[in-house]
Structure formats: structure tokens, C-alpha cells
Design a protein around this ligand. Structure first.
Ligand code: PLP
Length: 391
């Protein structure tokens, strides 16, 4: 193993040479069913022909110019994103953390414009918003923050799925300008709030003049069973952030604004050298076209239901399984005990899974899985969990 990489990651002893659809091949020629999708990135699977074609064609035509000039591909992507989301304007970044940075800056500027000098953003316990200074400060995990103090100020924390807590903060502080929340907490262990939680936040935001800011970096782009998870609730956020599967693997993030929130960032207030360049914009537009053509949202809903039902039927009466939950193809199986070793055991059987929040098996398969693939995932995971808990 190379000694020249900083030790930020603890990779599994495994490296892949190629991928196709839901499959990956390691350098020994072994084949794996990928139920992680590069952490909810490769929604269309690996080496998708339309994505590869867009990437190659744009690479041969024009990769980068700069936001000093108009970027046609970026404009076209923004039009498509606004059309499918109901948002008004987009700022493009290169990652999820950067998309959230844009949202945080936007919220602070919104506050200052209203005469609030020390604006505060309500964020949740157990949340994950990224690893930059502002986003790790917004994140609700001490593990992510420890050692990086002083943290960025201006965040107040509420328990997830607790509208009363948000209401109480609103009564006690005049400095709140926004609420930043994941519709489903991904890194936090596929935590799904009450069905009317987002509606309640929307109402509180309306009442107080706060911006409702949704981090849809993991839930967005059809994974939840709609284009965006908020569309399950019949509401419209003021701000939404995207990244992960927006580019199916090319690095791109986006911060979208609606109404007043769309016009807060003005020339000179924010920017990015690479953000929304012709290459990534072209690829992301192809991703949207392909998701639409495949009817990926309803397919994700169907496949998610199939996997969830399969898991529940096989596992829900087993001692040691605390909960089985899912929304579309965001699926979690919570155990009573830490279960990180299941990742290795699954790999030995040719299945890639992830464990998050110590005790939650997280499944984020590509949106292109077939019924047969779904059944295979269920069969292997159920066998693994049974074996693991019977010792
Ligand atoms: C992955 C993730 C991020 C961070 O995205 P990066 O591209 O790693 O910076 C932020 N929020 C959520 C909900 C995520 O899942």
C-alpha cells in the first residue's frame, strides 16, 4: 500500500478495475454487486453508455472556460434543474460540502439584509452536512468536529424529528434566519422523520420568515422515489442543495434558491473556479435526461418497496434486529449491536454494503437495479444478518 497518501481514509483491502451497471470487478477479476453506489453517487450505475458518451464528447469539445464568461452548458443544466424542482435559480459548486457552504452564506446574507447582525441557523442532532469548517460546524456529530475547534458560530441545534424543539428555539431567539435539515438523515443511519415533519418546518419557516433549507445531497435525484424527497410532502423549500448523484461520479454540487432566496447572492458575494464548467454541466444534464427517460423515480420507489418488504418479512422477528426502514432506495437495517464487520462478510460473498452510525446497515443500490437484483440483495443481506446474530 502506498505511503504517500494522507491517512484520511481507512480503505478496505480492495481496488476496482472496472464497472458496468450494478457490477464492479476487482483487480483479481472478482465480481461484486454494488449496493453502495459510491455512497449514493452512481445512481445510473457504472460506465453508463449515455454518461460516458456525454463525458467523451464534451471532453473533445470544451472542458472549461470560467465563470468570467457565459457557460451555455451550465445555463441549460440550471434550466433543467429548475424545471424538475420548482426552484428559480442555481449556483454550481464541486461537492456537497461546497453546496452547503453556499446555502449557509446565503442564509447569513439574508439575515444581514434584514438587519440581523449575528444570524443563526437551526441544524439537527445526528445530521451530516460535510467536512469544511462551516459544514462540519453545522453537522451534528462530535466525531466530525473533534479537534477542529474553534467551530464556526451561528448554529443552534435541535433534535431531529422534533418540531416542538424548533418552535421553542424560535420563541427564544430573534436571530434565527434559516432551518437546515436533511429530509432523511443518511450518514446518521437512514433516519426517516414523521411524514409531516417537513410540512411542520415549512409552516414554522413561513411564520417566522426563516429560510427552509433542505440538504438533498443524499436523498435527491430520484433516490427517495421522487426527483427530490420534499416532493413527498407537497411543499417547496426556499433553498435546496444537491451533489452526490447529480453527476453520477463527475464532481458537481448545486445550491438552488426559490423566491427571495434566489436573489440573495449577487456578483462578488460567492464563486467557484470550476463550478458548473461545460464538462460537468453536460454530464449532469445527461444524467437528468437519462433518469427521466428511465422513469427512475418511480422505479426507485418500486424497487425500494420490494427490498424493504423482503427484508421485513425475513428479518423483523429476529432478535437483535431493532428496525428496518427505507424511503425509495435509501434503506437501513438497525441492529442492537455494532456491526461494521458485516461489510467484510458481505464482500466475501460478492456484495458491497455500508454500515453507518455503527449499528445501521445502509443499502444505497443503483437506481437501475432489476427485480432480480433486488431479490439477490435481500437474500444475501438476510443470510448475513441471520448468521451474524446467531453467534
Ligand atoms: C455526502 C453528504 C454531504 C457532503 O458531500 P461532499 O461531496 O462529501 O462534500 C453533505 N450532506 C449530505 C446529506 C451528504 O450525504
Amino acid at each position: 500500500m502506498t505511503e504517500t497518501l494522507m491517512r484520511t481514509y481507512k480503505p478496505q483491502p480492495l481496488s476496482f478495475d472496472k464497472g458496468e451497471g450494478i457490477w464492479l470487478w476487482d483487480d483479481q477479476g472478482n465480481k461484486y454487486l454494488d449496493a453502495v453506489s459510491g455512497i449514493a453517487v452512481c445512481g445510473l450505475g457504472h460506465a453508463h453508455p449515455a454518461v460516458a458518451e456525454a463525458l467523451c464528447e464534451q471532453g473533445r469539445t470544451l472542458i472549461h472556460t470560467s465563470n468570467l464568461y457565459q457557460v451555455t452548458q451550465q445555463q441549460q443544466l440550471a434550466d433543467r434543474l429548475c424545471a424538475i424542482s420548482g426552484m428559480d435559480r442555481v449556483f454550481f459548486s464541486n461537492s456537497g460540502a461546497e453546496a452547503n457552504e453556499a446555502a449557509i452564506k446565503l442564509a447569513r446574507l439574508y439575515g444581514h439584509n434584514k438587519g440581523i447582525d449575528t444570524p443563526e441557523i437551526i441544524v439537527m442532532e445526528g445530521s451530516f452536512h460535510g467536512r469544511t469548517m462551516a459544514t462540519l460546524s453545522a453537522t451534528g456529530s462530535r466525531k466530525v468536529q473533534a479537534g477542529f475547534e474553534p467551530l464556526v458560530k451561528g448554529f443552534v441545534r435541535a433534535p431531529f424529528n422534533d418540531l416542538e424543539a424548533i418552535r421553542a428555539i424560535g420563541q427564544n431567539s430573534r436571530n434565527v434566519v434559516a432551518v437546515l435539515v436533511e429530509p432523511v438523515q443518511g450518514e446518521g443511519g437512514i433516519q426517516i422523520p414523521a411524514t409531516d415533519y417537513l410540512n411542520g418546518i415549512r409552516e414554522l419557516c413561513n411564520e417566522h420568515g426563516w429560510l427552509m433549507m433542505l440538504d438533498e445531497i443524499q436523498t435527491g435525484m430520484c433516490r427517495s422515489g421522487h426527483w427530490f424527497a420534499f416532493q413527498h410532502n407537497n411543499i417547496q423549500p426556499d433553498v435546496m442543495t444537491l451533489a452526490k448523484s447529480l453527476g453520477n461520479g463527475v464532481p458537481i454540487g448545486a445550491c438552488l434558491g426559490k423566491g427571495v432566496a434566489a436573489d440573495i447572492l449577487q456578483p462578488g458575494t460567492h464563486g467557484s473556479t470550476f463550478g458548473g464548467n461545460p464538462l460537468v454541466s453536460r454530464v449532469a444534464r445527461t444524467v437528468i435526461d437519462t433518469l427521466e427517460h428511465n422513469q427512475s423515480a418511480s422505479h426507485a420507489a418500486d424497487m425500494g418497496k420490494r427490498i424493504l418488504t423482503g427484508l421485513q418479512q425475513a428479518l423483523q422477528d429476529i432478535d437483535g434486529v431493532t428496525d428496518i426502514r427505507g424511503m425509495g432506495l435509501l434503506l437501513g437495517i438497525e441492529l442492537e449491536q455494532p456491526c461494521a464487520e458485516l461489510v467484510d462478510r458481505a464482500r466475501d460473498r460478492g456484495l458491497l454494503i455500508n454500515v453507518t452510525a455503527e449499528r445501521v446497515i445502509r443499502l444505497l443500490p443503483p437506481l437501475i437495479i432489476t427485480e432480480q437484483d433486488a431479490d439477490q440483495i435481500v437474500a444475501i443481506v438476510c443470510e448475513l444478518v441471520r448468521e451474524f446474530l446467531s453467534h
